[in-house]
Write a protein that binds this ligand. Sequence first.
Ligand code: SAM
Length: 318
Amino acid sequence: MGFALALLVGLVLALVAAALAGALILNPRSAPHLAGSGNVDPDTVSGFGREWQKFTHGAEALSERERADAFRSYFDIFPWHLIGRDGVGADVGCGSGRWAVLVAPRVGRLLACDPSAEALAVARANLAGLGNVEFHQADAGNLPIADASLDFAYCLGVLHHIPDPARALCDIARKLKPGAPLLVYIYYAFDNRPRWYRLLWRASNGARLAIARLPYRLQVATTASIALLVYWPLARAGALLDRIGALPRGWPLAYYRHRSFYYMRTDSFDRFCTRLEHRFTRAAIERMLAQAGCGQIVFSSHEPFWCAAAIREPAGCS
Ligand SMILES: C[S@@+](CC[C@H](N)C(=O)[O-])C[C@H]1O[C@@H](n2cnc3c(N)ncnc32)[C@H](O)[C@@H]1O
């Protein structure tokens, strides 16, 4: 309970500081025009470009063990058995390419796509040793891929940052062959959490709206402070409780209990510096996947929520 209070106090302090700074220092942040499908938020994309330039998630920054552990938290529901060694797939919104590093060696060809030129430059560096990755500056709505041609696709942490997520999901699903699997990770609406958790999120969302408007250096400093004062103590307390078998269900930020401080700083930046964020219940994601022509939907039972694997049905997007 003490930690929950610390979380609340930390967030309120961050919110006040950010709101004051935001009011004093206007940050119009003129994002470059992005040629593409139009289903893109340019501010969000340029923010991610800067995020991946700072937190590259390269081999020097993220240990093999931590990458593999985080990778499993997304991919453990992915039906790998449906993909041959020569399978061709896409990482839509690849960012730094941190998951492509582990996917590319298992498949024939991987198309790493992201609308951010800066993110793609980081992905290129991280994937330099892998000859079967192609890079495309493209958003989900203008993927340079023929319809019904992919053996698999994944889109992690992306759809909730797109103006029309349902349209983007259809655009991705359309690229899959019937029977091909799709993995998505979409921010949850805390539909599996108690009311107090949702209230906590409301406070933190206020902080996000303010912090996302700060100048970049202040964003880095504020989110590093949140990582230090909120993520780290809660995560490490969670690890301790876990070790003695007393971790309560729904312990805030338990997902980070075995993560490094670097990972926490990245996610704190990611979480609080993005202007456009949608949240979905599990039922809404299920509907959206069904509308995109995907069936056999399986949800992961652990964090991060919601992660879902589905299969493209012959009829496709409705
Ligand atoms: C939170 S990051 C996730 C990156 C990567 N999937 C991961 O899990 O590490 C979101 C990424 O989506 C990209 N993005 C934003 N809008 C997009 C769109 N409309 N289509 C595809 N990608 C987009 C951003 O540039 C950013 O790299």
